[in-house]
Write a protein that binds this ligand. Structure first.
Ligand SMILES: NC(=O)c1ccc[n+]([C@@H]2O[C@H](COP(=O)([O-])OP(=O)(O)OC[C@H]3O[C@@H](n4cnc5c(N)ncnc54)[C@H](OP(=O)(O)O)[C@@H]3O)[C@@H](O)[C@H]2O)c1
Length: 303
């Protein structure tokens, strides 16, 4: 019989590494890729949680300390990968209490339950912790979010660091890929162009991150600790990225229009929150898909 050990001790038996991973936000874009990838790797037993219990996953609302305690203590994972968050930037701007409760207090409660059972917390943060006045940010650069979503994500990082548990925090940026039916940047561009709709894109620079590549990387580095920028290797404007999506999928790029400002959005966006990913490459050996590879993986229809 395989034996499961708590935190840090991964027992090799019959060629299989037994590690129990709890993945929050299992029906989200990144969460669904992690669950899918873990099933393919078969190196860990991964169990997902969702806010409503939808999709046959365990129910765990980050707004409920009781549900967090119940999910963590009953599965008793070695590692919790927290992808769940209120991710709609404009919604967070208008619903600050809710955003704080889910993104900050929910993460704090999760860290506290991890401490109770000696589990490691792998937390997914964001490039929006930066103000975007610089670009190519390193992990040591000063954070200064320009909207409420970024503020909650930064406070969540601080709550984890202050909790005294063993943690790994990663910061990706515009995560894209096929996923949960909810549109992400790339599927929004594809969907709009397929419908013949004109799209206005404000020139914002980021480091697009392919969800499949990030999921694969996260499952490989659950034993690492600290803070890493874990994103695609390219700095690109959203407009240029949309043009590449149109080209890759043979869609009408004349529908893509550069907007003069982003006054149509409720929350401010950082102008250039591109990330320097050299620390993850050098220390972890992690190089995520570039845009060409990410879009090619999508063309192949790989989740
Ligand atoms: N998407 C990006 O461009 C991007 C960029 C940088 C960083 N990130 C970060 O990366 C992580 C994953 O992002 P993603 O793109 O996979 O986001 P996503 O598709 O929006 O998934 C987020 C998940 O969180 C869940 N969630 C929301 N409120 C919850 C609650 N109260 N309790 C439990 N679960 C709740 C959602 O479930 P429901 O759908 O049921 O509400 C959803 O499954 C997030 O932490 C995000 O902040 C994302």
């Amino acid at each position: 019989m395989p034996i499961c050990f708590r935190a840090k001790v991964y027992k090799q038996s019959c060629g299989t590494v037994y590690m129990k991973i709890l993945v929050t936000g299992a029906n989200g874009l990144l969460g669904s890729h992690i669950i899918n990838q873990a099933a393919q790797d078969r190196k860990a037993e991964a169990v997902g949680t969702t806010r409503t219990g939808a999709g046959g996953f365990a129910k765990m609302d980050l707004g409920s300390a009781k549900e967090i305690r119940h999910a963590v203590s009953s599965f008793s994972p070695d590692v919790v990968i927290n992808t769940a968050a209120l991710t709609n930037v404009d919604y967070c701007e208008d619903h600050r209490e809710e955003a704080w409760s889910i993104n900050v207090e929910g993460t704090r409660a999760l860290a506290s339950e991890c401490r109770e059972i000696g589990a490691k917390l792998v937390h997914v943060s964001t490039d929006y912790v930066f103000d975007g006045n610089g670009g190519m940010y390193k992990e040591t650069d000063e954070t200064s979010p320009v909207q409420y979503y970024g503020k909650t994500k930064l406070e969540a990082e601080k709550a984890i660091v202050g909790s005294g548990i063993e943690y790994l925090i990663v910061r990706p940026a515009i995560i894209y890929g096929w996923g949960n039916g909810k549109l992400n940047y790339v599927t929004w561009v594809i969907d709009s162009l397929l419908k013949g709709q004109k799209i206005q894109i404000f020139d914002q620079y980021n480091s697009p991150t392919y969800a499949g590549s990030l999921a694969e990387a996260l499952l490989k580095i659950t034993d690492k600790t600290g803070l890493y920028h874990l994103a695609g290797p390219q700095r690109i404007s959203r407009h240029e990225f949309a043009m590449k999506v149109a080209e890759a999928f043979g869609l009408d790029s004349s529908l893509i229009v550069q907007a003069r400002d982003n006054s149509f959005a409720k929350a401010a966006r950082p102008h250039d929150s591109s990330l320097d990913v050299s620390k993850a490459a050098e220390e972890l050996g992690m190089r995520l898909h570039d845009i060409g590879q990410g879009l090619m993986a999508m063309q192949k229809g790989r989740l």
